[in-house]
Ligand binder design. Structure first.
Ligand SMILES: [Fe+2]
Ligand SMILES: [Fe+2]
Length: 176
């Protein structure tokens, strides 16, 4: 694992509660908005193009599953896991108690991160090939661009949680 020094300069200085709020107000918000834009672009492509490229339906199917699962993941963190951690911290639970209590929930989130990163890579690959085939079609170029933006934000978001926030909660690394 890399050291915390690899993260944007202000993140390591945040405590866990600040870090969770930062993730919700930046990455979660961005992800939700861009996923809605992508869903809308897929819908408008279907109506705008008289003939859809062969892989377009595969992309649309993968995307609708991805959108649903990712939205659920964000909600689970925001409404369940993060508030639990915040309440336990405010109630004065020790880092060991918190780590013991939430290790199962965090393991589940980590599994989902891996799945989300693998799936977005796949979706992006199809979108890039569609945009290469139809670079003269603006809606496909825009779709591919938005998926690229989402994928690179997801990498940073998952990395902050997987390499910094969750190891801290599991008491494997200490805040700087
Ligand atoms: Fe998150
Ligand atoms: Fe997450």
């Amino acid at each position: 694992m890399d050291t915390e020094a690899d993260f944007p300069v202000d993140l390591p200085a945040m405590n866990n509660v600040q870090l969770m709020r930062y993730l919700v107000f930046t990455h979660h918000e961005f992800t939700r908005n861009i996923m809605d834009e992508i869903t809308e672009l897929i819908r408008s492509t279907k109506t705008a193009l008289p003939e859809l490229p062969a892989d377009f339906n595969t992309l649309a199917d993968l995307w609708s599953g991805y959108h649903k699962e990712m939205r659920q993941h964000l909600t689970d963190e925001e409404r369940i896991l993060f508030p639990w951690i915040e309440e336990s911290t405010a109630a004065g639970k020790t880092p060991d108690e918190i780590a013991r209590h939430y290790s199962g929930a965090i393991k589940q989130m980590l599994l989902e991160h891996q799945h989300h990163e693998d799936e977005i890579k796949e979706i992006r690959k199809i979108a890039e090939s569609l945009s290469a085939q139809g670079s003269h079609i603006p809606v496909l170029a825009l779709l591919s661009y938005k998926l690229r933006q989402l994928a690179s934000d997801i990498v940073e978001h998952m990395r902050i949680e997987t390499e910094m926030l969750f190891p801290r909660i599991l008491n494997k690394i200490k805040p700087s």
